[in-house]
Design a protein around this ligand. Structure first.
Ligand SMILES: [Ca+2]
Ligand SMILES: [Ca+2]
Ligand SMILES: [Ca+2]
Ligand SMILES: [Ca+2]
Ligand SMILES: [Zn+2]
Length: 440
């Protein structure tokens, strides 16, 4: 369990609570105190503020089992290995179900980042801003729903929360969520806005009296982006540099965009696969419907060298299909947050060429390969044009594979279905033209 916190324009810092201020718990309950919390800052935060928090957090890191240096390329620490719904045994690229709940006001929240322990007052705080729980609950739900569109996590609201102590009470169906959200005073206005523990904890604490949240402009983008960023940590994603307001998981919270961006999507796909999973066999492939008017599937990926993605599509008798598989990515500066809390400049990272993809179209039996192609290297689309679908009306399949690199590659799939008749027409055979089709 590792926590991170987010700071926004901090003019001063409260001293870390002395040990005497930390409530007395048994050994098991205080184990989380040995876990690291890394700060995130708003643009313009004074360097001494960044250093203060980072020194504190680095000391905690050294005491923990988590390496100070994040793994190269993907700035993640760990991912969920066990959840209330799925049970144990989850690993890289496994689709996952996470439940989330709001702790009732009065729930005990220990000290997470050195602030005094307190009971949660999140519901009263947010009701004061939004008038009723339904309004702000929907904002949080949209944050999870958006992540859920971009990764293989299914988010389920758990309406029950028994009020057990935060951080140390795991998810349990019908009792409390895997991800629990509470709020209490942390450091007054500005400064810290929220913090979040890494898996398998995932709990989020919002600095609930912070006036930062009173600004609900732009569809509450402040609140939503903080919750979305914090839950990025709740998936196991670390801060990523450089700071140029293009990534949700940069150390500085920004309202320059809405929700997860390209690098965030890439990382969450590596950890939890894509929204279409599990589609590793034709029997469980999602059906895209009829491709007559064109179908585009985006925000999907091969998450490693063992991932294979199947998509079903419906075709009428006498059809042919065009399929284009386009790797998605570009070159940008990417790197870890430095040990002193500053951001590295990053190095050029090209997310377009992480893995070489291949493409095939399968017959309605789900196994006979009608056409396949792997002409091009990583970064270049593969195309299958005018593949005849010989088995009459039915569901056929597209197959996408990673050629063997243990890496994630985002891609887009475009399908277009033509009747063979239309192809003849397009090629100039106008013998079948009927003047009655479009009127006189
Ligand atoms: Ca604050
Ligand atoms: Ca996939
Ligand atoms: Ca798959
Ligand atoms: Ca290829
Ligand atoms: Zn953060």
């Amino acid at each position: 369990m590792k926590a991170r916190l987010c700071l926004l324009v901090s003019l001063f810092l409260l001293p870390v609570a002395a040990a005497a201020n930390v409530p007395d718990h048994d050994a098991a309950d205080t184990a989380y105190l040995q876990t690291p919390a890394m700060p995130c800052f708003a643009p313009g935060t004074p360097a001494e503020v960044v250093e203060h928090w980072t020194r504190l957090q680095s000391a905690m890191l050294l005491e923990s089992s988590l390496s100070v240096e994040p793994p190269a390329q993907f700035q993640f620490g760990n991912r969920w290995a066990t959840t209330a719904t799925d049970g144990p045994g989850l690993g890289q690229g496994d689709p996952t179900t996470l439940t989330w709940s709001i702790v009732p006001d009065g729930t005990f929240i220990p000290s997470g980042v050195g602030e005094p322990a307190a009971n949660s007052g999140l519901i009263a705080f947010l009701n004061g801003i939004y008038g009723s729980m339904d309004v702000w609950l929907e904002l949080i739900e949209r944050v999870f729903d958006r992540w859920g569109e971009l990764n293989g996590i299914t988010y389920v609201y758990e309406p029950n929360d028994d009020g057990a102590n935060m951080f140390t009470s795991g998810g349990q169906l019908g009792v409390r969520g895997d991800l629990r959200i509470g709020g209490k005073p942390i450091d007054g206005n500005s400064g810290i806005l929220a913090y979040n523990f890494f898996p398998n904890n995932g709990d989020m604490v919002i600095d609930s009296p912070d006036s930062f949240y009173n600004n609900t402009s732009n569809d509450s983008i402040r609140f939503r982006n903080v919750v979305s960023h914090e839950h990025g940590h709740g998936q196991g994603i670390r801060h990523v540099c450089r700071i140029n307001q293009t990534k949700l998981m940069e150390p500085f919270v920004t309202t320059a965009f809405d929700g997860p961006q390209h690098d965030d999507i890439l990382t969450t796909n590596r950890l939890y696969a894509d929204d279409a999973e599990d589609n590793d066999s034709t029997g469980i492939a999602p059906n895209l419907g009829a491709a007559a008017d064109g179908i585009t599937v985006g925000d999907v990926s091969v998450d490693d060298n063992s991932d294979i993605d199947y998509y079903g599509f419906d075709a009428a008798a006498g059809s042919a299909v065009d399929v284009t598989l386009t790797p998605i990515g570009f070159t940008y500066l990417e790197g870890p947050q430095n040990a002193n809390g500053s951001c590295s400049d990053g190095t050029n990272f090209n997310s377009l060429v992480l893995a070489d993809l291949s493409l095939a179209v399968l017959d309605s039996d789900g196994s006979t390969v009608l056409a396949s192609v792997d002409l091009n290297p990583a970064g270049v689309p593969e195309v299958l044009d005018n593949v005849s679908l010989p088995s009459g009306a039915g569901t056929y399949f597209v197959e996408v594979q990673n050629d063997g690199t243990n890496n994630v590659q985002l891609y887009q799939l475009d399908l277009n279905l033509d009747s063979l008749f239309v192809d003849g027409f397009e090629s100039g055979d106008t013998s079948a033209w009927s003047s009655t089709v479009d009127g006189p």
